[in-house]
Write a protein that binds this ligand. Structure first.
Ligand code: ADP
Length: 326
């Protein structure tokens, strides 16, 4: 209901509109309208009140609600339902719980996550209002073997959306986005539901947009950064969210048709942070040194070890540079 009041304020082109008019349009009492105005202010909307004139929207809030992302969205189904939380434990966790009752393409976004997660249960820091912490619910009908490659679509979507706003990044196969060798974004794809039921996937995307140095714990500063830190300016989170979802849908529709990843692989290859580098391939306690050679058409990383070239799936391996993190 509050969103109706907001829409009226927005449609009114920064002019005053009386409480009475709003209350007539949405069929609520003026006290009800006042409650909406208070709630909107609470979210960060700057609304002026003047006796006898009513309300005027001076500035929108920097929040990732559907109303604020929608102007940038040109998708058919990705992001057409956005569930927005001011605070949440983990968007992936919540999305996994809700997946079976949500339409494909639904997106959960939290302004902050109190227990955001990376792979293997590692912590993902997600301070309030500074990043894009979101999860997309997907229901592709493809063999599980192909499903893990969906992560690559997420990575390329972030890369492309950054490119659209003039930010150059690199993709660290399969799930990280780097700028100047530091991680500014990551993806965590998880399956939800029983193994033998339809596969619901939840793709969590975390992007460090406007984090300041102080927002990043000291022990992560050597390997984590944000768009704001790297670009020296605040970035519009709402537009970036819309752009990522637009890019994602484009590649995802292709992928759903026949499992094709052609365009995606091309972008991964030419913007890879790994190809040509010496890497440590870590799976569990096992760690091996090799040379990252290429990414094949199935989205696997080709690594040359002493024993020969192996194709590596994006499952649970971690890839590190020979010396250091990236
Ligand atoms: P990796 O496989 O590269 O270790 P994960 O996908 O498991 O990465 O992500 C979790 C790790 O990323 C954490 O252990 C921590 O080192 C780092 N990290 C946590 N929060 C952030 C963040 N907001 N931005 C960048 N790196 C982070």
């Amino acid at each position: 209901m509050k969103s109706k009041t907001l829409k009226i304020l927005k449609d009114n082109n920064n002019d005053f509109i009386s409480g009475e008019k709003i209350s007539n349009e949405i069929g609520m009492t003026r006290a009800g309208v006042w409650k909406h105005i208070e709630a909107l202010r609470e979210e960060g909307y700057d609304i002026e009140t003047a006796r006898g004139k009513g309300y005027k929207l001076l500035a929108s809030a920097d929040i990732l609600s559907y109303e604020e992302i929608e102007p940038y969205l040109n998708t058919k189904f990705i992001g057409r339902r956005i569930i927005h939380f001011h605070s949440i434990d983990s968007t992936n966790k919540e999305a996994k719980g809700l997946a079976s009752s949500l339409e494909e393409g639904s997106v959960l976004i939290g302004e902050e996550q109190s227990s955001g997660r990376g792979r293997l249960g590692r912590e993902w820091i997600s301070p309030r209002g500074k990043g894009i912490w979101m999860s997309i619910v997907l229901k592709p009908e493809l063999e599980p073997e192909r499903l893990s490659r969906i992560t690559l679509i997420g990575a390329v979507s972030i890369f492309k959306a950054l490119e659209n706003i003039g930010i150059v990044s690199e993709i660290k196969w399969p799930n990280d986005i780097l700028i100047s060798k530091k991680k500014v974004g990551g993806i965590l794809t998880e399956m939800s539901g029983e193994l033998n039921m339809i596969h619901h996937l939840v793709m969590g995307l975390g992007i460090n947009v406007n984090l300041d140095k102080d927002d990043i714990p000291e022990d992560l500063r050597h390997k984590a950064s944000s768009l704001k830190i790297e670009e020296n300016k605040k970035i519009n989170r709402q537009r970036l969210t819309g752009d990522i979802l637009n890019e994602f849908e484009k590649y995802y529709i292709e992928f759903k048709k026949d499992g094709s990843l052609d365009g995606v692989i091309e972008i991964l290859r030419s913007n890879s942070a790994l190809i040509g580098k010496e890497v440590r391939v870590i799976s569990g306690k096992r760690e091996r040194l090799g040379l990252a050679r290429d990414i094949n058409d199935r989205g696997q990383l080709l690594v040359e070890f002493e024993e020969g070239i192996e194709s590596i799936d994006s499952g649970e391996v971690s890839i590190r540079a020979r010396n250091g993190y990236t």
